[in-house]
Design a protein around this ligand. Structure first.
Ligand SMILES: *[C@@H]1O[C@H](CO)[C@@H](O)[C@H](O)[C@H]1NC(C)=O
Ligand SMILES: *[C@@H]1O[C@H](CO)[C@@H](O)[C@H](O)[C@H]1NC(C)=O
Ligand SMILES: *[C@@H]1O[C@H](CO)[C@@H](O)[C@H](O)[C@H]1NC(C)=O
Ligand SMILES: *[C@@H]1O[C@H](CO)[C@@H](O)[C@H](O)[C@H]1NC(C)=O
Ligand SMILES: *[C@@H]1O[C@H](CO)[C@@H](O)[C@H](O)[C@H]1NC(C)=O
Ligand SMILES: *[C@@H]1O[C@H](CO)[C@@H](O)[C@H](O)[C@H]1NC(C)=O
Ligand SMILES: *[C@@H]1O[C@H](CO)[C@@H](O)[C@H](O)[C@H]1NC(C)=O
Ligand SMILES: CC(=O)N[C@H]1CO[C@H](CO)[C@@H](O)[C@@H]1O
Length: 607
């Protein structure tokens, strides 16, 4: 029996009792036939993202190759490392983090042959700089690159000698990769950065330390697994933000398809300080390059797959707990987790050089229990009187709110109030004969932070809204020796934020950021006698960013491996919505966000 046939049986025969897991992965061999008409030159894969532009008047780039390596035989081995020292041009530009106006980390790699997608991470001094997934190679090779804005790590890049570590566990092919740092320097003289809104003064890693095998991330294997690092904060800290990196693999790669007889489809990463919940991450469902059907991600890869999103949690209200000069446990857990989640974090800290110790107090803290509900039911004989349909509906919501003050000589007494609110809705349905399955999900995350002085004047405030609708549909039409399987995926990464306050340069309008990144794709696979004989596929992505620091629009469509249409510009049309002062507006309830995405998927399938 061929692998494809085995796969079809897995897809088509789904007894309800074990209905929690479906095979949403095809091996490279399963798509070898449709992929056989290979090009003679390497194919370029890409993720749609904004081009990175240095602020006007900047000089550079000054480019430094940090690491060049071939990743073969690397699975469960120690990460590849290289000694890092700040590039000479940084010292020439005045040294120190404030000289850097833009820092870009570029990963560029080639691979050929047959290889599953692999997750990898890049760390500098234990601080994660990039989490990414490799592209899946074709017989004649592929090439791809990722450029990430790493300006927020400026203090680390300038700090001194350190170790760069890259973990990429290869299984069958060799990846040749280069990592280059491009630095741009601000117009002279480097302006005095506004407190707390410029890159942090130091970054404390919340990850595993070298030497080790595997990545520096923690591996969270189940719902009771809690992984932590012991951290000590400088006692003159006046602001703390935890940046969290998250990816999900193995049995939880498609967590949104789990049914309540397994662990259900709801997941959240919780962050604990000495055992108390201080924040949460409700992640964007990144689909890796081998996910659902690998052809869907060629050549336009899935949103966030080459540059995984990270999530910020304001920890300033909790500084009272952390500023005693003693070690504290910063821990991660994943609600309902199944093996395995890779999670770690970077603690960004702002220090007051005028003192050796700030003082702080927690004013209020409110974190009601997670509200979560699963329901399920079965409907017999929908169209044909033969097939039963199983439906699962899950909702969840959470709020975490804390306020606290920090007093320091430079800034006086600052009261910070931080609130996170979340909502989640998932509908999962499948036909008992395996001929259809559908995921219709959305996650909404709102975060509000405000820092005020003793007189009540706003030093800094930020409201952010995230919306992650996801729709996946797999439909199979079978006859005795043939099958036609259609995979459809539609989703959106929506982010809106508005920031204001005295800590932003005075006189400038509030900083606004609005991104709508929508992707929909479909692949149609024709099977005969259990073998895939042909496949057609296409993807459309529209990316619309409007922000105070620049705009970008791109509309790209692919058909098979070719780009069918591609238009882009950097004109600001000011047509986006933003959260307005105080409250977040435009907060699409989960149901409406999911409906918007499924409407675009319907259009795609009909076409
Ligand atoms: C990496 O850099 C080396 C030296 O510049 C170059 O020969 C090689 O082609 C590069 N590899 C990739 C994957 O870009
Ligand atoms: C940092 O590394 C460079 C290059 O290896 C070396 O020349 C320099 O002495 C090191 N500096 C310190 C402070 O260790
Ligand atoms: C959960 O994972 C941890 C860490 O691997 C392990 O020690 C523990 O036994 C697991 N618990 C269950 C219930 O499987
Ligand atoms: C759904 O059911 C599972 C398994 O009983 C449970 O672990 C989970 O907490 C429930 N709720 C959600 C929202 O997933
Ligand atoms: C913090 O902000 C939340 C939401 O805006 C509000 O309900 C709460 O009263 C504030 N807490 C304090 C101590 O100001
Ligand atoms: C994107 O391009 C396609 C194909 O050219 C076109 O039909 C569609 O209207 C465009 N969408 C936007 C938002 O410009
Ligand atoms: C997806 O879910 C939303 C919210 O429950 C609903 O309005 C929409 O019709 C659903 N789409 C499909 C195709 O089921
Ligand atoms: C552990 C593992 O599978 N390593 C593979 C890495 O890539 C080389 C080259 O293809 C293989 O020979 C190794 O088996």
């Amino acid at each position: 029996m061929s692998r494809v046939h085995l796969l079809l049986l897995l897809v088509f025969y789904i007894p309800a009792a074990i209905a929690s897991r479906r095979n949403l992965r095809l091996s490279p061999a399963d798509i070898a036939v449709p992929d056989a008409a290979a090009a003679d030159t390497p194919t370029t894969y890409f993720e749609v993202d904004r081009p990175l532009r240095p602020p006007p008047g900047s000089s550079g780039p000054c480019s430094t190759l940090l690491l060049s390596s071939s990743f073969g035989f690397t699975y469960t081995k120690p990460p590849v490392t290289a000694a890092y020292s700040p590039p000479d041009c940084l010292a020439a530009a005045g040294g120190g983090a404030p000289a850097i106006s833009l820092a870009v980390l570029e990963w560029r790699a080639t691979c050929r042959g047959v290889q599953f997608d692999r997750i990898f991470g890049v760390w500098l001094g234990g601080v994660e700089l990039l989490r990414s997934c490799t592209a899946e190679p074709r017989p004649n090779g592929i090439v791809w690159s990722v450029s990430k804005d790493v300006t927020r790590y400026a203090s680390l890049l300038a700090a001194g000698n350190s170790t760069l570590a890259v973990y990429l566990g290869n299984l069958t092919g060799v990846y040749h990769a280069n990592i280059t740092l491009h630095l741009y320097f601000g117009p002279t003289p480097a302006r005095q950065p506004a407190p707390a809104t410029a890159p942090a003064d130091i970054i404390v890693p919340v990850s595993r330390s070298l030497p080790l095998n595997d990545g520096l991330w923690f591996q969270i294997q189940n719902a009771t697994d809690v992984e932590s690092a012991s951290i000590v904060l400088p006692s003159n800290t006046y602001r703390a933000v935890l940046e969290v990196y998250v990816s999900f693999h193995g049995d939880d790669e498609f967590w949104y398809t789990h049914t309540p007889d397994g662990n259900g489809p709801f997941r959240e990463v919780t962050v604990l300080v000495d055992g108390d919940l201080v924040g949460a991450v409700w992640p964007f469902p990144v689909i890796f390059t081998g996910g659902i059907n690998p052809l869907l991600w060629r050549p336009i890869t899935g949103i966030g797959s080459f540059n995984l999103p990270t999530y910020d949690i304001e920890l300033t209200p909790f500084l009272a707990k952390l500023l005693d000069g003693k070690a504290h446990e910063l821990a991660f857990a994943v609600t309902n987790a199944v093996d395995v989640w890779y999670v770690d974090g970077n603690l960004h800290l702002w220090l007051d050089p005028m003192t050796t110790a700030t003082t702080a107090s927690l004013v209020s803290y409110d974190a009601p229990r997670l509200a979560a509900v699963n329901t399920s039911h079965t409907t017999a004989s929908r169209f044909d009187g033969l097939s039963e349909r199983y439906y699962y509906h899950t909702t969840a919501s959470r709020r975490i709110s804390a306020a606290g003050w920090v007093e320091s000589p430079s800034h006086g007494r600052i009261t910070t109030n931080a609130t996170q609110t979340f909502a989640f809705e998932n509908t999962y349905a499948f036909a008992g004969d395996g001929s259809a399955e559908t995921v219709n999900q959305t996650t909404v995350a709102d975060a509000a932070v405000s820092a005020t002085d003793l007189a009540g004047a706003v030093l800094y405030s930020r409201q952010a809204h995230h919306d992650f609708p996801l729709y996946v549909d797999i439909e199979a039409k079978t006859s005795p020796h043939a099958a036609d399987v259609t995979y459809t995926v539609a989703r959106e990464y929506r982010e809106m934020a508005i920031a204001a306050g005295r800590w932003l340069s005075s006189g400038t309008p509030p900083r606004r950021y609005s991104l709508r990144d929508t992707q929909s794709g479909a692949v149609d696979v024709e099977m005969r006698d259990g073998n895939a004989v042909s496949a057609t596929w296409g993807t459309r992505q529209t990316y619309r960013l409007e922000a105070t620091d620049g705009c970008y629009f791109r509309n790209v469509t692919s058909s098979g491996y070719s780009v069918a249409s591609d238009e882009s510009d950097e004109v600001c049309s000011d047509s986006q919505e933003y959260p307005a002062g105080g409250a977040v507006i435009g907060a699409l309830p989960p149901a409406e966000a999911a409906a918007a995405v499924t409407a675009s998927a319907d259009e795609l399938v009909r076409k």
